[in-house]
Design a binder for this molecule. Structure first.
Ligand SMILES: Cc1cc2nc3c(=O)[nH]c(=O)nc-3n(C[C@H](O)[C@H](O)[C@H](O)COP(=O)(O)OP(=O)(O)OC[C@H]3O[C@@H](n4cnc5c(N)ncnc54)[C@H](O)[C@@H]3O)c2cc1C
Length: 397
């Protein structure tokens, strides 16, 4: 495995390493010409993305009797979770880890593994008979003759209303200094990290000290020399898996703080959103003391790279054999060919309704309405609101 990955990453332009979904986009020659000749499939609503956000929207549309289709580029529902690192467990226990209309099938205090979550999503779609088309990657969303046009790897669709439920985390974010590491340094993004066996000998530098950075550091610490670089993002001051955590405090944080308090309707929520811009969430599972006890060495933000040596703002220097970028994601909405994105590629919207384009909605965006908008237990509220707007805009028969 190490060799395969090393071969894939050493010596290549780092920007090439982080292109998304290229394998899924591959189609036989002539496919697009044939697809273009066929009239688009028309639906009252097209939902783009069949992760928790898209499935949630599908559920609420179905409850209202609104016909729709859900398009997803992945081969299988839940693949986003399946492809995350092996040891990942959700920080939200099963009792807050289900979507509307089907509880998570485990004891309420159980923290699901990423594969359990993936299987749950697949079961959810089957249980509610949601019309999901997998292996259908949207390559362009635009408008013509009063309808949205959705060009995909598996044909064309048209609809008067579209929901983009593809999350704000599609394209790995990578600072310019990634180019300054020599080809002898293996580089990968946290999206492509799977397990410690994938990582060769020598110091590992994790850049970005949010939840992914901290959890991957803990995963690697037993067998590797691990350095974690980045600003302190703060942490939740209790053990989520401890007795009080499971019985009371996780509820206060996820259902209270993240869902009810830190919303776009509260001044504290709006301040928190502004402060979070470009920063990680506070650490939820891992605490700084645990990192120190595991032998993870903390250094400040990396400000530059010289001769493959990373230099931190606090003066620390590390010459890594491997760099894992835990620097988050760009929204990755470059396939949206509509005047709805701001200079940073983020949609302009209010609570999920596009500000300037009628009939276009979003679900699952980072802080769409509240911190919980991008979480399993919180996305349903936004999905329900989007379904209500769509119902109100449906022509009356
Ligand atoms: C490491 C990690 C751990 C997390 N842990 C938790 C947790 O414990 N609890 C919690 O509540 N939340 C957690 N989250 C946050 C959130 O729940 C997940 O990111 C979740 O996967 C978001 O679901 P989604 O449906 O919005 O987006 P995604 O799961 O990313 O699904 C989007 C779907 O859209 C599809 N798609 C994207 N672009 C296109 C396109 N152009 N055409 C067609 N299909 C497309 C993708 O194939 C995918 O299936 C975590 C996030 C990360 C990154």
């Amino acid at each position: 495995m190490t060799q395969t990955l090393e071969k894939a990453s050493r010596g290549r332009n780092p920007a090439d390493l982080f292109e998304t979904g290229s394998a899924l986009r591959t189609q036989p020659e002539g496919f697009h010409a044939r697809a273009a000749a066929v009239a688009p499939e028309r639906h009252p609503v097209v939902v783009i993305g069949g992760g928790q956000a898209g499935l949630s929207v599908g559920y609420h549309l179905k409850r209202r009797g609104i016909a729709h289709v859900i398009l997803d580029g992945a081969a299988r529902i839940g693949d986003v979770w399946r492809n995350r690192w092996d040891s990942l467990r959700l920080f939200t226990p099963a009792k807050f880890g289900g979507l509307d209309g089907l509880r998570f099938p485990a004891h309420g205090d159980h923290f699901p593994t990423k594969d359990e979550m993936a299987d749950y999503l697949e079961r959810y779609a089957a249980y509610h008979a949601l019309p999901v088309r997998t292996a259908t990657r949207v390559e362009r969303l635009h408008r013509a003759d009063g309808l949205f046009r959705v060009e995909t790897s598996a044909g064309r669709f048209a609809a008067p209303q579209v929901v983009v439920a593809a999350a704000s985390y599609q394209k790995p974010r990578l600072p310019d200094c990634a180019q300054d590491f020599g080809p002898e340094v293996m580089q990968l993004h946290s999206r492509d990290y799977r397990n410690p066996e994938q990582i060769g000998d020598g110091p590992v530098l994790l850049i970005g000290a949010g939840n992914s950075g901290a959890e991957i550091a803990m995963d690697l610490a037993p067998g590797h020399e691990v350095w974690l670089a980045g600003r302190e993002v703060g942490h939740i001051p209790f053990d989520i898996a401890g007795f009080m955590g499971r019985k009371l405090l996780v509820r206060l944080v996820t259902r209270g703080l993240f869902h009810r308090v830190l919303t776009m309707r509260t001044p504290i929520g709006r301040r928190f959103r502004a402060r979070m811009h470009g920063r990680g969430m506070p650490l939820i599972r891992t605490r700084p003391g645990q990192l120190a006890r595991a032998g993870v060495r903390r250094i400040g933000r990396i400000t530059g790279v010289r001769d493959s040596r990373a230099i931190a703002e606090d003066g620390a220097e590390v010459t890594p054999a491997t760099v894992i970028w835990c620097t988050g994601y760009h929204p990755g909405f470059d396939w949206i060919d509509l005047p709805v994105l701001d200079a940073e590629g983020e949609p302009r919207h209010r609570f999920g309704r596009a500000t300037d384009i009628d009939g276009l909605y979003f679900a699952g965006l980072h802080f769409q309405y509240a911190v919980s908008s991008a979480m399993v237990g919180g996305v349903g509220r936004d999905a329900k609101r989007v379904a209500r707007w769509i119902a109100a805009a449906q022509p009356r028969s």
